[in-house]
Design a binder for this molecule. Sequence first.
Ligand SMILES: [Zn+2]
Length: 216
Amino acid sequence: MTIISDQPVAAKMKPGQLGGPLLATVRHTLTDAGVGQAVIDEAVQALAAGQVYQAATVSVKEQNTHAVRPFFDCLDLVINHIVTGAPLDAAREAAEALAATPPAQDGHHPWCHVDRCKPHRYDDGVVLTEHRGPECTAELADGHEVLRLRAELGSDENLIDDHASVFIWAGDNDGLSYDQASLGRAIDSLDSFLDGLRHLHRVMGQPRAPKTEEQA
Ligand SMILES: [Zn+2]
């Protein structure tokens, strides 16, 4: 007896073929249907891009605090729109919320935490304000000691260089002051450091190989 399946069966992958059974199935099915190679290539390319996107979005969502998370959330809404026809209002509202800059209060930056800004009145009646903005912290704890990193955005009208600065403190050490260019370089350096740290994290579980008799 021959059993004829009316469901497409996942095509067998050839050795070394990338993309998993889904790509193999699409290639196989389209080829059997007599679809031209150019269209097959385009479909496979689109599926591969989708698979890469899925891996990226899962990774971003696992690191819940990642800065690009809202961007991936918007892309998910756009993909849902293409697949289901659901309206894009939610994506537009999310994009507008991302782009929106809160209005600045008179004499302050848009980012000021005005209740923490400190005005200093001088003898000649001039008031110069020390502006304080958002801060972020990281606690690197090994179970015994903690290394605390803290960064804060601010600007001081009392300084000749009136540009905003980010101050970074490591533990109880004096803070360092960064302008926009030097903070960009510091972020690049920290990025490389984090990539290195992730590598150390990945390989640190690798056990030592057994010693030879001569080594023992
Ligand atoms: Zn302010």
